[in-house]
Each structure stands twice: as structure tokens, then as C-alpha cells.
Write a protein that binds this ligand. Structure first.
Ligand code: GDP
Ligand code: MG
Length: 691
């Protein structure tokens, strides 16, 4: 038995899916969070195995966006046994638009009026019995968040599936129905009886994506019918259908929905008046993100990390393991491998877990209560002015967790050039794996500054905007951006279990990576740093690693860290960003990192690693999504070049302003700054400023 969850974005499908299946799909406040369909097994025993399918959120079944295509293809071709249509009851008119279409696909339907808690709080009343009678399908109240009514919904869906009774589609005006009847008559031998109504309507609407094998003669006849109809109606057939759907919906809501407080501001509206106001929105956003990074990296998380790093992985674990190894009498090289390689490398990465958990706790809280979607909204409003699409910010917000899903989320952007630009810039935002570098540099070199850790986030953001504005002015990226429609869901207290689960999941992923990829890399780094090319144990200065890194080091002298250790660390960061810290743990195990960098050089190192090409997994995703070698090479080249230039400017100007150096580098940095400003403020290729 297969049951599909279909509904508008943000109607609560994933929340319901997670409750029903016990899984942990990402619940999010912006479109594009669920782009791929996910299935799971119903946890509660209802007498048989029930597969629940979470579908991407859509506003209609017209195939314009990727979400629509996936959902529609699933409903029409895979044909679940029943559909649970999740309707955000606090937004009922708009949500019912999709419902009118779902009633047409010839599959039993149950309507779940979700967010009923919000409706009740507002004091609105929905007459579900009358609605059920009008729509001809079961209508039930539910709150996916409060876990109310979801069992009844599933039970009703199972009943509907077993009965196999398909809903009666809505009736259009007599003129429309006449044409639809004629189309059905023409195609009834070519499509299944269940999809006859759906296909007829789609053909009537000129929906080109309905791939039907029809003889040319039939196609012509249909076109003829529709053109005649449009002539008479004086309107496009698809507009006629849309209008009639909305008329139908207003008739239903007029009869079934009572809104005693219509027009009054809710608490959520009042908060939004401040949080999204033109003047305060940005300062509030900056303050919130500052606090998030400051609290998790510098204070609460920092204190715990210090203990974990210095005491747990600095003394307790190495001493314990050392004593154990001595007792069982292992060889000298094995002791060194375990203590100086594995414990030093993996331990260095694991030490940052407290900070990471804190950061994710805060970010998940912000997302769950609804604030993150305001950020997307605020940024959209601002960046439209620069010709950038607000949709680009969804991948970026997701990218704070991991760049891979961030890049994947760019699929929701229709414009090819905007999509490419988003893929290129998404990984500028610090992901969880970059957090240890931020924390390490901020904690070691700037222990008294509250600004270094949060600056990583703001620099990532600035890099995205600056790159976006600059790229937009070049030929391949110019053009107006698509409008971005998004809902602002009502604020609500976060759901502790969901927040906890997401945070712990991310933590678990981090630990898993430390135990696999970072472990392996640490062993390799240890080996390469202890053996020369003739494979003899040697002084670290003659090691293979020193030779490899040393060859590249001069390249990084102008950015302040032309030392082989730092270069090797940056290189291993390409495998996984945590490796940078792991490698430093191994290479500076004896000497300590403090003496290896000046604070300015350390900051330049941080800047470069924040902005340069992402880890292999993300690079692979870039290649997969670009579907072009040329574009992949451009993306990675741009990221590395941009990172180098930013680090160079910061280092050279930093030296200049602190009075420790003036020379060719300073002049070059000033020229680069000037060139960047020119790119930012020059007129675009074409008029790209809209509005
Ligand atoms: P999807 O886009 O349809 O998958 O929707 P999500 O499951 O991601 O939910 C969108 C937002 O609505 C999340 O912030 C949920 O916590 C919230 N939400 C979901 N169901 C309810 C509900 O019944 N009541 C309230 N108040 N919020 C809900
Ligand atoms: Mg979802």
C-alpha cells in the first residue's frame, strides 16, 4: 500500500512524514527543501505495510518547476493507492487551488487540514463536515506539529485506498465542460480511464509537457476545438480554467470558513513588522548571526571545546593510550602512528564537536521557529536591487550545514545563468566542516576578539554578494532574475524533539567523518611527514610532505603563509575541510600552531580556506549539477582565484595598516581593490537593473 503526501510548500508534509515514519527529513521554511521525493514505512502498525511518500511542495500540477515535474510524474505515472492532500488551513484559499487539481488525477484523496492549531488560536472556524460534503472527499483536522489527528488522517487514507473510490473532479462552466467532453471523447482510446479527466484538462490548457501518444489528426482536432473556444471566450483556455478554479474555491470557503478576526494583525504579523522592517531588518539579522557565532564558538561552545582539546585529547586520551601501548609493548613506530598520527589528527577535529553542536542547535532553532525564512525574504528584497535572485539564498542558507545539499537546492532556480552563479557561490558560506578552522584560528590567534568567528559568516555572505554582483555584469550571467515568491509561515515555538534530532544527526555525521575520512587522511599525513622519498624514517624537513608542500609554498608567500605545513593543510582541505585542522594537529603536534603564524597570516589562511574550492564531495556535486567540464573548471577556478585575491588583499593591506610592511604587494593589493570596486560599480553589460 502506497500513500503519497501532496501539498503546497510549507504546508507541513515533511513534519507529518517524519512523525509517521520516524525519519528525520529536513523540515524547512523555504521552497526547495524537499526537491527529491522520499519514502518511508509507516511506523504504527495498521495491519499492513504502508509506504508513505513525501513529495516536493507545489502550488499546482502544471509542470514548470522541478518540484512540479517530480510530483506530477509520481502521481500520474507511479499512481499511489491514495493521496493525503495536506492543506495549510491557515491559508486555505490558496492551498485549495492545488486540491482542485489533485481531485482530477483519479486517485482516492483525503484532505488533511493541517495547522489547525493556528486556525483555532486565531479563532477561525472551518466547517469540515460541510467541506467534506462539497468536495466529496473526507476532510480531517490535523496539526502535524502538535501531533494531533494524524492517526485519523492515515486511517481515512487507508480506508479510501481500500475502497478505491476516486473523487469527483470539480465541474467547470458548461462551455468549458462541453469542450472537455469532446476532448475526452477524442482521446479515450489512448489513455487510461483514471487519467482521462486529467489529460483532457491538460490538453485543453495547452499543457505541452503532457506526453501523450496521440495521432496527429486527433491533436489537430483538439487544437481546433480549443482555438474556437478561446475565440468565443476572448481569453486563453488556461486562464479560463484558473479563474474557474478560483471561483469554485471562493464558493466553498464562503460557505465553510468563518474568519471572525479577518484583517486583524496576529502576533506573528506584529513581530514581522519589526523584524522585516526596511530599517531594522538588516541590523537585527546581523546581530542575530553575530550572537549565534559568538555564543557557539567563542563562549559556551568555546569553553567546552577548550576542555575537550586541552584536557581530553591533550592529556587524558593520549596519556591513557600511551600507557596502554607501553603495557602491551607495541613497536615504536606503531606508538608514533597512533599517538602522533591518529590521536593528534582525529582528536584535533573531534575537539570541535561542542562548538559545532552549539552552532547547529542555534541555527536549527532559528530555522524551526520561522526566523530563517524571514532572512530569505529580507535578503531577497535587498538583492533584487542588484539584479540577484532571492532564490539564490535558499541554497546558501542550506549550505550553512553542508555545501552538497546547498548546491543541490539550486535546482529550484529556473534561470540557467542564475543557477550557475548560485552553484559557484553557495559554498562561500561556512559549512559545518569549516567550523573547526574558524574556531581554531579565532581561539588560538584572537582569543580576546569577539568578532573573528562571526566575521567568517559575514565574509562568506559578502563574498557571495560581491561575486554575484560582479558576475551579473559579465555576459554569461547577465539578465533579469526570476521573481521569488515565498510564504512567511507564522512564528511558532520550536519543536524540541525535532530540533534535538537535527542537531544530534549533524553531530553524528561529523563524528562519522572524523572516524573515516579524517582518520585515513591523518594516517597518510603522518606517514608522508615521517618518511622521505626513499621511504626511510627521516627528519620531518626532508619528508615527502615537506618536499611536496615546499614546492608550492612560494605561491602562498604573498598571502603570508608560504610554509609547507600550511600549504599541505590547505591541500588536504580539498579532501574534506576538517582535514585542515586534522593535518595541523599532526604537523604541529610537537611545536604547537601558535608560533607558526602571525595573527594576520592566520587570518589570511582562514580567509583562503573559507572561500577556496570546496571539499571533493562538493566539487563532485558542482560537476554533477553544472553538467559541463568547462563550467565546473570555471567554478572551481573562480573560487580559488577569488579566495587567493581576498587573502592577498587582507594580508597586504593588514601589513600596511599595521605598519609592518609596504612594498610591491601593497600596491598590487590596492590595484586589486580598485579593480574590484570598478567591477562592482561599473555599468552592466546591458540594463540589468529591473524595477
Ligand atoms: P513542507 O514544506 O510541506 O514539507 O512543510 P514542513 O513540514 O517543512 O513544515 C513547514 C513549517 O510549518 C515548519 O516550520 C513546521 O514546523 C511548521 N508546521 C508544520 N505543521 C504544523 C502545524 O500543524 N502547526 C504549526 N503551527 N506549524 C506547523
Ligand atoms: Mg518538505
Amino acid at each position: 500500500m502506497k500513500i503519497a503526501l501532496a501539498g503546497n510548500p510549507n504546508s507541513g508534509k515533511t513534519t507529518l512524514f517524519n512523525t509517521l515514519t520516524g525519519s528525520n527529513q529536513h523540515v524547512g521554511n523555504w521552497p526547495g527543501v524537499t526537491v527529491e521525493k522520499k519514502d518511508g514505512t509507516l511506523r504504527r502498525n495498521m495491519g499492513e505495510t504502508v509506504i508513505i511518500q513525501d513529495l516536493p511542495g507545489i502550488y499546482s500540477l502544471s509542470p514548470y518547476t522541478l518540484e512540479e515535474i517530480i510530483t506530477r510524474k509520481y502521481l500520474i505515472s507511479d499512481r499511489p493507492d491514495a493521496i493525503i492532500n495536506i492543506v495549510d488551513a491557515s491559508n486555505i484559499e490558496r492551498n485549495l487551488y492545488l486540491t482542485t487539481q489533485i481531485l482530477e488525477v483519479g486517485i482516492p484523496v483525503v484532505i488533511a487540514l493541517n495547522m489547525i492549531d493556528i486556525v483555532q488560536k486565531k479563532g477561525d472556524i472551518i466547517d469540515i463536515e460541510k467541506m467534506s460534503e462539497k468536495l466529496g472527499v473526507p476532510v480531517l483536522e490535523m496539526s502535524a506539529l502538535k501531533v494531533v489527528g494524524e492517526t485519523e488522517v492515515v486511517r481515512a487514507a487507508l480506508l479510501a485506498a481500500k475502497s478505491g473510490k476516486c473523487p469527483t473532479p470539480i465541474t467547470f462552466s458548461p462551455e468549458t465542460e462541453n469542450v472537455l467532453r469532446e476532448i475526452s471523447e477524442l482521446i479515450k482510446d489512448y489513455v487510461s480511464p483514471q487519467t482521462l479527466r486529467f489529460c483532457s484538462i491538460k490538453l485543453f490548457e495547452h499543457d505541452g509537457k503532457t506526453r501523450l501518444e496521440l495521432p496527429d489528426a486527433v491533436k489537430l482536432q483538439i487544437e481546433d476545438l480549443v482555438y474556437k473556444f478561446e475565440d468565443k471566450a476572448g481569453d486563453d483556455s488556461d486562464s479560463v480554467i484558473i479563474n474557474e478554479r478560483y471561483n469554485y474555491i471562493s464558493r466553498i470557503t464562503e460557505e465553510c470558513v468563518i474568519l471572525p478576526h479577518k484583517g486583524e494583525l496576529t502576533v506573528s504579523d506584529k513581530i514581522d513588522k519589526i523584524v522585516t522592517s526596511r530599517v531594522l531588518a538588516l541590523p537585527i539579522f546581523a546581530a542575530v548571526m553575530f550572537l549565534v557565532y559568538y555564543l557557539s564558538i567563542s563562549t559556551i561552545g568555546g569553553l567546552m571545546t577548550d576542555w575537550v582539546n586541552e584536557t581530553l585529547f591533550g592529556e587524558i586520551v593520549p596519556n591513557g593510550i600511551g600507557a596502554f601501548l607501553e603495557r602491551i609493548g607495541t613497536a615504536e613506530w606503531l606508538n608514533a602512528l597512533i599517538l602522533d598520527g591518529i590521536v593528534a589528527g582525529v582528536g584535533a577535529v573531534l575537539g570541535f564537536i561542542p562548538q559545532m553542536l552549539m552552532l547547529f542547535l542555534f541555527l536549527t532553532l532559528l530555522e524551526d521557529c520561522g526566523y530563517m525564512s524571514r532572512i530569505a525574504f529580507i535578503l531577497d528584497r535587498i538583492f533584487k536591487k542588484f539584479g540577484l535572485s532571492g532564490k539564490s539564498f535558499i541554497p546558501i542558507l542550506i549550505g550553512t550545514g553542508c555545501g552538497v545539499p546547498g548546491i543541490l537546492a539550486s535546482r529550484t532556480i529556473e534561470s540557467e545563468s542564475d543557477r550557475r552563479m548560485t552553484i559557484i557561490t553557495t559554498t562561500f558560506i561556512p559549512c559545518s566542516a569549516k567550523l573547526p578552522i574558524i574556531a581554531l584560528i579565532a581561539g588560538t590567534f584572537f582569543p580576546r576578539s569577539a568578532f573573528v568567528a562571526p566575521s567568517a559568516y559575514f565574509i562568506g555572505m559578502a563574498a557571495i554578494i560581491v561575486s554575484g554582483v560582479m558576475l551579473k555584469k559579465t555576459k554569461p550571467f547577465k539578465g533579469a532574475s526570476a521573481p521569488f515568491v515565498m510564504e512567511l509561515p507564522a512564528y511558532h515555538p520550536p519543536k524540541p524533539s525535532a530540533v534535538l534530532r537535527t542537531t544530534l544527526n549533524r553531530g553524528a555525521e561529523f563524528v562519522q567523518r572524523a572516524g573515516t575520512i579524517i582518520l585515513l587522511a591523518s594516517v597518510i599525513i603522518w606517514f608522508l611527514s615521517n618518511h622521505s622519498f626513499s621511504f626511510r624514517v627521516s627528519d620531518v624537513a626532508d619528508s615527502m610532505l615537506a618536499v611536496i608542500g615546499g614546492g608550492l609554498a612560494p605561491l602562498f608567500a604573498p598571502v603570508g603563509w608560504g610554509k609547507w605545513e600550511a600549504v599541505v593543510a590547505a591541500l588536504t582541505g580539498i579532501i574534506a575541510k576538517e582535514n585542515i585542522v586534522g593535518t595541523m594537529g599532526v604537523l604541529y603536534n610537537k611545536t604547537g600552531i601558535e608560533t607558526a603564524f602571525t595573527p594576520l597570516a592566520a587570518y589570511s589562511f582562514l580567509l583562503f580556506n573559507l572561500l577556496c574550492a570546496p571539499c571533493l564531495a562538493a566539487c563532485g556535486t558542482v560537476a554533477q549539477e553544472m553538467k559541463s567540464r568547462k563550467w565546473t573548471a570555471f567554478a572551481l577556478g573562480y573560487q580559488c582565484g577569488f579566495a587567493y585575491i581576498v587573502a592577498f588583499i587582507a594580508y597586504q593591506l593588514g601589513r600596511f595598516f599595521s605598519g609592518t610592511g609596504f612594498g610591491v604587494g601593497t600596491v598590487a593589493a590596492l590595484v586589486l581593490v580598485w579593480a574590484m570596486l570598478m567591477m562592482l560599480f561599473r555599468k552592466g553589460e546591458k540594463k540589468w537593473r529591473q524595477s
